[in-house]
Design a protein around this ligand. Structure first.
Ligand code: XMP
Length: 420
């Protein structure tokens, strides 16, 4: 790429992602590097960048760091560590516009065009395969690659039976019917549920699902025949995380991991440069439906980690129906965009109730709704009482098997967002 962007060097904590977004708002490309990585190529930086921002530098380091980056010959902005977010944004945007010759060509149209060219060149007349999870990243990646190579791409959607209500059908409707892609839905519900029978330990459940997912994908790939490339929905924050060598905070974020022993000639990662909100914008730009683009994060092991204890077909059916009612009412109240995640959890606890004058002994269902910026910490959402009341009444009226509905009022920490 001949055009030049802005390099953001991370010196302090993690605010550099916000800075990089502030720059991209000006349609200027921005990239984040650790200080060591940037310094290791300091003489070459001017071939790719038009300016450098050193983020959150302490007063002690100021002069020394400025000096070290002088070798780049690029204009620098050194930000102190105590400036407010708003002040910083104004400083950064002013610097980029007025003190550098950065190119303003970071637009969705240009991005799509570049990616389509690059993917066509990479794949040639060969074939690619993409595992769809129903999530935003894999959906947008698949759509972009489809735009580039059409029927040379095969989409594989493993339905493990742990999706939310109607979710599998929605994925199928979008990719098979609307887009017209080569789409394979593997109905593997029985395979997963049989493996999960009798298993109650949360870690064991996750492990079984992760492993089974790989097996199913392998079987399917063998059936499809050789694919040369694997498409992955890696996004920029994932790239930064592995660049820094961060340990994954949660060891369980592995479902949807793909087999290492299937050999591919290459990986296609068309979202590697994008932040999450850019991925969403791109999804909308490419015509994906709102509900898919704005889908809340959903754990790889799906409803299994929200169906406490053993996952039986009966418990999953109760959970799916109750969760659908909760989501419907949140949407009707216009709160969907305000909440980061909201879902039902079927506890493994039964309690006594009374229905039509008869004693019942049914499950306790919990509702969880949270707000968070980064999912590392979260607060429970103060949902209106009337909304909670409607949801509770509807669930106990419409879903057999639930005797009580409770609302969770714990933040993260100390609780995690998911219950298992
Ligand atoms: P916790 O429960 O650890 O969740 O506070 C933090 C965020 O991660 C999601 N989550 C998962 N995502 N595979 C995933 O892809 C998983 O196994 C998994 N477990 C939790 C969770 O929904 C929340 O957004």
């Amino acid at each position: 790429m001949a055009s030049k962007g802005i390099l953001v060097v991370e010196c302090g904590d993690r605010r550099q992602q916000t800075l990089a977004r502030d720059i991209r708002e000006l349609e200027v490309y921005s990239e984040i590097m650790t200080k060591d990585l940037a310094l290791s190529q300091v003489a070459d930086l001017s071939s790719r960048f038009a300016g450098i921002i050193l983020a959150e530098v302490s007063d002690d380091d100021r002069d020394r760091l400025g000096e070290e980056f002088t070798a780049s010959g690029l204009p620098q902005l050194i930000l102190r560590d105590e400036a407010s977010e708003k002040e910083t944004k104004a400083l950064v945007q002013n610097f980029v516009k007025n003190q550098t010759r950065a190119d303003a060509n970071w637009t969705l149209d240009a991005y799509v065009e570049r990616q389509v060219q690059a993917i066509r060149q990479q794949v040639g007349d060969r074939r690619a395969i993409c595992g769809l999870s129903g999530g935003v990243d894999s959906s947008v990646a698949a759509t972009l690659v489809y735009k580039a190579i059409g029927q040379q791409l095969t989409l594989v959607f493993v339905d493990h039976g742990l999706m939310r209500k109607n979710e599998g059908d929605q994925v199928e409707a979008v990719f098979r019917d609307q887009l017209g892609a080569n789409f394979i839905r593997v109905n593997a519900q029985d395979r997963f549920l049989d493996k999960l029978a009798g298993v109650t330990d949360p870690e064991a459940k996750r492990k079984i699902i992760g492993e089974e997912f790989i097996r199913v994908f392998e079987d399917e790939a063998a059936e499809i025949g050789e694919a040369d490339f694997l498409v992955q929905g890696t996004i920029y924050p994932d790239v930064l995380e592995s660049q820094r060598g961060d340990k994954l905070v949660k060891s369980h974020h592995n479902v949807g991991g793909l087999p290492e022993d299937i050999e591919f000639q290459g990986i296609i990662e068309p979202l590697r440069e994008l932040f999450k909100d850019e991925v969403r914008q791109l999804g909308t730009h490419l015509g994906l439906p709102e509900e898919l683009v704005w889908r809340q994060p959903f754990p790889g092991p799906g409803l299994a980690v929200r169906c406490l204890g053993e996952c039986t077909r009966e418990k999953l059916a109760i959970l799916r129906d109750a969760d659908a009612i909760f989501r419907e009412e949140i949407a009707a109240a216009g709160l969907a965009h305000e909440l980061s995640q909201y879902f039902a959890v079927l506890t493994n606890l039964r309690s006594v109730g009374v229905r039509n004058g008869e004693r019942t002994y049914d499950y306790v269902l919990a509702l969880r709704a949270i707000k968070t910026r980064d999912f590392m910490t979260a607060e429970w959402a103060r949902l209106p009482y009337d909304l909670l009341d409607t949801v509770s009444r509807r669930i106990t009226d419409e879903v057999a098997g639930v005797s009580r509905v409770v609302y969770e009022i714990t933040g993260k920490p100390p609780a995690t967002i998911e219950w298992e």
